[in-house]
Design a protein around this ligand. Structure first.
Ligand code: XMP
Length: 327
């Protein structure tokens, strides 16, 4: 992984954040930077990109074009839900179907950093390179936050949205400049801002979901079939663990199969690992102490509802040395 040398950005802590002033300042800065030109941004529905969409919308109105990139690796019904939510807020969002491009870029890759790099390249170079060219925009607004920068700079994991801090000249490589309005804030501050911007609880309180989406939860090669399995497992895990108050929960599909038995016959099947985290800031995390009965119900649901699953495990290692996502 390419390692960056320095972080020049200083954090604005929750206690130092004046939301009114911050919003005003960012809106003015976006306007000044974009001038009378156009900007684009990608909305994933997470709190960071939702806040940036609202700031950009306030600053630029129709001169901001917001896209939801359907990359094929999102959770069940996610594209439709996000589009419906923003339609209610009066913010137009265009759906871009890029499923084929993402799966083609991921084909044959098993190394985690190569998978992350393939997603980054497809997103920024292929999809956004094209959208920027088509629209005539010169700027991309995105929701990079302070923790993303810190972890990438430390060389822990290449967060999909880190570009300049890794020495990437976006103008030269992708044909546009990147504007990052929340780069000095960590998640709790971004959530406060989301509330101040009038976004609903389902957005300001939304559990984090990674940019590389379900691809971060498939060990080994990412294929449409494996994504479908992890998507269904994710739906079940999120439903069962929704009321635990955990920071984040997830299903991970392992690459190796194990021997199981179904209807008295050998079933060489899939393994799902469940992770559920208590954390304040995602920098460190502990597995949530889940009731045994709840885990047993979850295992029953996973083995009966997800085709081919014969084994379910619960991760009990902390971060560090684990990371929250498997890839
Ligand atoms: P890790 O796996 O690094 O995750 O312990 C820490 C938190 O960050 C999320 N995550 C990401 N978020 N882009 C993101 O926007 C990424 O590339 C990415 N990788 C991990 C993860 O879900 C957890 O909340």
């Amino acid at each position: 992984m390419k390692k960056a040398k320095r972080v020049q950005i200083t954090e604005i802590g929750l206690e130092g954040l004046d939301t009114g002033k911050f919003i005003e300042g960012q809106v003015a800065e976006i306007r000044a930077t974009v001038g009378d030109g156009l900007a684009v941004n990608a909305l994933s529905g997470g709190v960071d990109s939702s806040v940036v969409t609202m700031l950009g919308h306030k600053a630029l109105g129709r001169r901001l074009k917001t896209y939801f990139v359907e990359n094929g690796i999102m959770r069940r019904d996610e594209p439709q839900q996000v589009l419906a939510r923003f339609a209610q807020l009066g913010v137009p969002v265009e759906l871009v179907d890029a499923r084929k491009e993402f799966f083609a870029a991921l084909a044959g890759l098993i190394d985690p950093e190569q998978k992350r790099e393939a997603i980054t390249q497809t997103f920024y170079k292929e999809v956004f390179g094209r959208l920027v060219k088509e629209s005539g925009a010169k700027f991309l607004l995105q929701g990079t936050n302070y923790t993303d920068v810190e972890e990438t700079v430390a060389g822990v994991k290449r967060q999909h949205n880190i570009l300049e801090q890794l020495g990437i000249d976006t103008q030269k490589e992708f044909g546009y400049k990147v504007i990052e309005p929340v780069i000095r804030l960590r998640k709790p501050a971004v959530r406060t801002l989301a509330r101040a911007l009038g976004l609903g609880e389902e957005i300001y309180d939304r559990p984090p979901f990674p940019g590389p989406a379900l691809a971060a939860r498939v060990i080994g090669e990412v294929t449409p079939g494996k994504i479908e399995i992890v998507r269904e497992a994710t739906r079940i895990v999120e439903e069962h663990l929704a009321r635990t108050g955990a920071f984040q929960c997830m299903a991970i599909l392992h690459d190796d199969k194990v021997t199981g038995v179904r209807d008295g016959k050998r079933d060489f099947g899939l393994q799902i690992e469940v992770r559920c985290w208590d954390s304040a800031d995602a920098v460190s995390a502990s597995p949530t102490k889940l009731p045994h009965e709840l885990l047993l119900r979850l295992a029953d649901a996973l083995t009966s509802e997800v085709p081919g699953v014969v084994s379910v495990t619960y991760n009990v290692a902390k971060k560090p040395p684990s990371t929250m996502e498997a890839v």
